[in-house]
Ligand binder design. Sequence first.
Ligand SMILES: [Fe+2]
Length: 388
Amino acid sequence: MIGGKQDFRMAVTSDLHLMAKTLYDDGPAFEHLIRSDDGKQTKDSTKLVRQMFLEVHQQRYDALLITGDLTYNGELASHEDLVERLKVVKNYGVPVYVLPGNHDIRRNARSYLGNEIRQVPTVDEEAFAKLYEDFGYGQAVSRDVTSLSYMVKLREDIYLICLDNCSRVSGFVQKYGEIRPDTMNWLERQLRSIKGKSCIVAGHYNLCFHNSMFQQGFIMNNKDEVADLLNRYNVKLYLSGHMHMQHVSSNFGVKEIATSPPTTWPHQYGSLRISSDGDMKYETRQIIMAPKQRNEYHDFYRKNFMMQVFKDLGPRIELTDKEIEVMAEYAADLHLAYFSGNAYQILDEKKESQARKLWLTKASDCFYHRYMESILIEEKINHNLLLL
Ligand SMILES: [Fe+2]
């Protein structure tokens, strides 16, 4: 039962996309990067991650899990910066477990100083495992020799399997996720060896269908094979990220929770509680910050999204400026609610809105119209809370 003395508490986060401060300044190159990005707070990534880590050790979590995309785009300097921050967490007594995302290894890593965008060193698989030796790889009870997957014992009765599901072909990182046959075999051996114990599985790419717009490049190519295997060994929970949104779904009886990034509004992380009899409770916690700061981040994220909508709508003589404004506000309301896991609160209201009718009648050919409609068919559930 949840709430007992023996509960194991793990903080869960993903997609930090941390960028070391030595790699950017206030110049035009970085400004351009920020304006063309998805609204994440890269400028304040180190500040947000530092605050989240502070909360993790102050609240005495038993472990911290980071499900990939640790760095902005695989910069060695960002990995080194993160490692220093993780050492502090570990020194406060919180073991840390990381796994790689598609932005961590062999990337076209760059710095953004003044007007200049320059290539900077990235890392390969060997360097990644060495950098994070104290954060999973050195504590593993088993490591897969063909990937960066590993298994650790969280407690006598609870195991964690961190999967490296970033696909590589002849050493080249691909833009999709999968578990290769050798790793599938390794995974099954591990599950067999711990049969009867609680086991959480984590990876960067998604295991379940979440939204029709997030399929290719998001869900593992062999998702059903992996979900079936996990289900056969009674794994109830798979933790992931990658989509940059807070969302719960399921496949073959396995629940997946994709945790939204700390560096993207609403700036939160997951808190997972596992009882001694295997019951689990996951809920999100917003990073503590001043209300003014939170409002600034919110406005930045919303404005960034609305700019993309304006671009997609383009100049349309059949729409007045007022109508365009109403349509963009509607899209932003839905997008922000959806990505923060709270769309269930506004689905009914938005379905009946005048703004939706405008999209349907005057801009149904737009990408954002299709995206909004894909949200409106969502089940009305709170994606910030899960009891298993
Ligand atoms: Fe990713």
